[in-house]
Design a protein. Structure first.
Length: 277
């Protein structure tokens, strides 16, 4: 099995990246070794393109990438690749924004591809989402009037005592049009994308493109936005630091993101000859 070409899908935060948001040397060398052995490596993340592309280049990838949890599937190095961008209808976004105003949430952020719209100025949020010096400036101001295009994603920062109420409202009134997830600690952020968008959608498209069967798809993740992808992959791997729900659907559990979980699993499963051997 190890001699056949595999598709390896890597979530970023809490998975490929350490808590300091870097790729450890062992994991990096192992991933590069897997590529050298003929395997296909892709990034599958909830992050936008601009916050993922540096890691893509660090691994010298030349493959499609899944961003916004599947709402954008594209190839950073090949404009002719059949990209898919599936934003939510702006009318739906405006209705959700109205509800957020009624609940007096802390803030709302909308992303249209790599353009960012922020309802209220907040330096902490700007620092988190400003990935590189090349980022376009944030557009700050009333989202209801500023957002005129279908957004790729909406991010809501509610007051803690409103999280349940807000998610209940999203289920009751918008379940047919959107998917919503809650970020892991320490941020109580609710992320919203168009209905049916998840990382498995991106993985399915890429696997079909490379003609890789399901049993040779290896996917790594740690949070609830990885559930569909880990469940879909023939070799779904939960990190040691993953949430319990993900561990329950995974076929394998590896070490944590701080213990080179991705590198260790690939080294053993694909029987790679790395320099550490």
């Amino acid at each position: 099995m190890e001699n056949k070409r595999h598709l390896i899908a890597l979530d970023l935060d809490g998975t490929l990246l350490t808590d300091k948001k870097v790729i450890s040397n062992k994991t990096k060398q192992t991933v590069l070794q897997a590529i050298e052995a003929g395997h296909i490596v892709v990034i599958a993340t909830g992050r936008p393109h601009r916050a993922s592309i540096d890691y893509y280049h660090e691994l010298s990838l030349d493959t499609p990438m899944v961003n916004f949890n599947g709402a954008l599937i594209h190839h950073p190095r090949d404009n002719k690749w059949d990209a898919l961008h599936n934003p939510m209808p702006v009318r739906t976004a405006h209705k959700i924004i109205d509800t957020c105003y009624e609940l007096d949430v802390n803030n709302i952020l909308a992303e249209v591809m790599d353009e960012v719209y922020l309802d209220q100025f907040d330096q902490d949020i700007i620092d988190i989402f400003h990935a590189t010096q090349n980022d376009p400036p944030f557009s700050v101001g009333n989202l209801k009037s500023k957002l005129t295009t279908d957004p790729t994603s909406l991010l809501i920062h509610p007051k803690e005592n409103h999280i349940k109420q807000l998610r209940g409202h999203l289920d009751d009134y918008h379940a047919e049009l959107i998917e919503h997830r809650k970020w892991g600690a320490p941020w109580n952020i609710i992320e919203i994308v168009k209905k049916g968008m998840n990382k498995a959608v991106g993985l399915q498209k890429i696997a079909h493109y490379f003609d890789i069967p399901k049993d040779r798809i290896i996917a790594f993740g740690d949070e609830d936005n990885d559930l569909e992808m880990i469940d879909y992959a023939g070799v779904g791997v939960a990190m040691g630091n993953a949430i319990d729900d993900l561990k329950s659907v995974a076929k394998h559990i590896t070490a944590t993101n701080e213990q080179d979980g991705v590198g260790s699993f690939l080294e053993n499963y694909l029987k790679l000859q790395t320099s550490s051997n």
